[in-house]
Ligand binder design. Sequence first.
Ligand SMILES: Nc1nc2c(ncn2[C@@H]2O[C@H](COP(=O)(O)OP(=O)(O)O)[C@@H](O)[C@H]2O)c(=O)[nH]1
Ligand SMILES: Nc1ncnc2c1ncn2[C@@H]1O[C@H](COP(=O)(O)OP(=O)(O)O)[C@@H](O)[C@H]1O
Length: 205
Amino acid sequence: MRGTLYIVAAPSGAGKSSIVNAVLKRDPNLRLSISFTSRAPRPGERHAEHYNFVTAAEFEAMVDAGDFFEHARVHGDWKGTARQSVEPQLASGHDVLLEIDWQGARQVRSQLPDAVSVFILPPSRAALEERMRKRGQDSEEVIQRRLAAAREEMSHYGEFDYVIVNEVFEVAVAEMCSVFTASRLRKDAQVARHARLITSLLVDP
Ligand SMILES: Nc1nc2c(ncn2[C@@H]2O[C@H](COP(=O)(O)OP(=O)(O)O)[C@@H](O)[C@H]2O)c(=O)[nH]1
Ligand SMILES: Nc1ncnc2c1ncn2[C@@H]1O[C@H](COP(=O)(O)OP(=O)(O)O)[C@@H](O)[C@H]1O
């Protein structure tokens, strides 16, 4: 059976990567799509693991070739999901998770209305700022820019199917797992998976 596409978005610092990594460890059928970006790697970031790092010219060539399922300019850099990271995995029955922003989420929904989307919110503005600083990777100027961008990102929470507040980490992870389980239990997914059983239950003996 075809896999399900999940979209997870959040303002920077809400805990998205931490939650997604915990969920990936618990769900062997789930594949994380590695995005392409034109931004420079941060210290410790590895090519093909955190992102596929390419130049702006290479990114634009991929746009022109129609290689992207979705792409957008985020915080001044190009970010995008390659078609190749999505369709073959879904077709082979794997679920695919996209960590993308609200602009990308819109593009995905318009192509695949069945995609299940989740927005992660921080428990407060102060907590968001503290978590951004805790990573200790960005300058004050970058943090102020990201806080402004966070408000813009959060204003789109209503476009998503589910909202999770990441206050207690383990609770947020459990909620994300519940969303994934619930989406698999939707009627259409169950009918496809159990077509033979349902037919046999309804046929006259
Ligand atoms: N549209 C889109 N957004 C992406 C993609 N990959 C990452 N993003 C978003 O880019 C934003 C910034 O990501 P990043 O530069 O890694 O910094 P982060 O804020 O620490 O995660 C986040 O909102 C991500 O969801 C992508 O392939 N497409
Ligand atoms: N529920 C939580 N409580 C406290 N700190 C958290 C929680 N969730 C994540 N963090 C911390 O906040 C920081 C940002 O998390 P990260 O997953 O990198 O965010 P994002 O991917 O959304 O930018 C990290 O230091 C992480 O350990």
